[in-house]
Design a binder for this molecule. Structure first.
Ligand code: NAP
Length: 243
């Protein structure tokens, strides 16, 4: 197995951490990006390094291009290239549009959509030079169906799907594939913060009658990154328990 250099934004918790673990093999270098919690990131790096993979943390706010560029350039300087970028970092600031502050609109768009642009832009030159690479974006069911109380999040995640399709077309000539996954309700801190009424509503309406596990999203990411998915680009896989 050839060593892979893998950068996962928001890799310190939830889905991002499960994605890091899914690639935690002896040959691989896993870069765990995060923006705030040093402790969580160090804990994740320790857990991942137990598998024999080299795990490193990189603190950078994905919404800030100069921080992202510095992070990507430093990873490439240390490890020579980036084979896989998983654009996972995301936040939710829910509220009905009439009551939503401009700040909540901007924060969600800047983290969830501009963050994907920033990280993809920063890695693209390096991947083009290698004439290979994979980018996987974590969108959401919200970005496909739209969800009341989440116009900011739905707009950002819908944008991520369109971004994925367009970038796939741009980068195909360079042997770089770009895909997305759209999870439904997955058991992480993000979903833990929902009130009981909302949780019950979803549990009742999800055909598989349970929330998903972060590992179930990570499995789809691993597939999309693999040679078995070598002819798939510009696509979005829904992981929703049928919702
Ligand atoms: P989570 O548990 O809240 O973890 C979010 C991660 O992103 C953390 O590592 C966090 O670290 C990092 N992060 C947040 N803002 C960042 C920033 N500006 N720059 C860099 N890192 C940042 O979230 P999750 O539930 O695992 O969600 C992961 C992704 O899946 C998100 O894009 C989310 O929208 C999407 N998603 C989740 C669900 C779900 O049901 N959970 C469903 C659909 C889609 P710090 O706090 O230290 O910055």
């Amino acid at each position: 197995m050839m060593k892979k250099v893998i950068l996962v934004t928001g890799g310190s918790r939830g889905i991002g951490k499960a994605v890091c673990k899914a690639f935690a093999e002896k040959e691989n270098v896993i870069i765990i990006n995060y923006s705030k919690s040093d402790e969580e990131a160090e804990k994740a790096a320790h857990e991942i390094s137990l598998s024999g993979a080299l795990a490193e943390t990189e603190k950078a706010d994905v919404s800030n291009f100069s921080e992202v560029k510095k992070m990507v350039d430093s990873v490439v300087k240390r490890h020579g290239r980036i084979d896989l970028l998983v654009n996972n970092a995301g936040i939710a600031r829910d509220g009905f549009v009439m009551l939503m502050s401009e700040k909540d609109w901007r924060d969600v768009i800047e983290t969830n959509l501009t963050g994907v642009f920033n990280c993809s832009k920063a890695v693209t030159g390096h991947m083009m030079a290698e004439r290979s690479g994979v980018i996987i974006n974590i969108s959401s069911l919200s970005g496909i169906t739209g969800l009341a109380g989440q116009v900011n999040y739905s707009a950002a995640k819908g944008g991520v799907i369109a971004f994925t399709k367009a970038l796939a077309k741009e980068l195909s000539p360079f042997g770089i594939r770009v895909n997305a996954v759209a999870p439904g309700m997955i058991e992480t801190d993000m979903v833990d913060s929902l009130n009981e009424k909302t949780r019950d509503y979803f549990l009742e309406n999800i055909p598989l009658k349970r929330f998903g596990r972060p590992e179930e999203v990570a499995g789809a990411v691993r597939f999309l990154a693999s040679p078995e998915a070598g002819y798939i680009t510009g696509e979005t896989i829904s992981i929703t328990g049928g919702l």
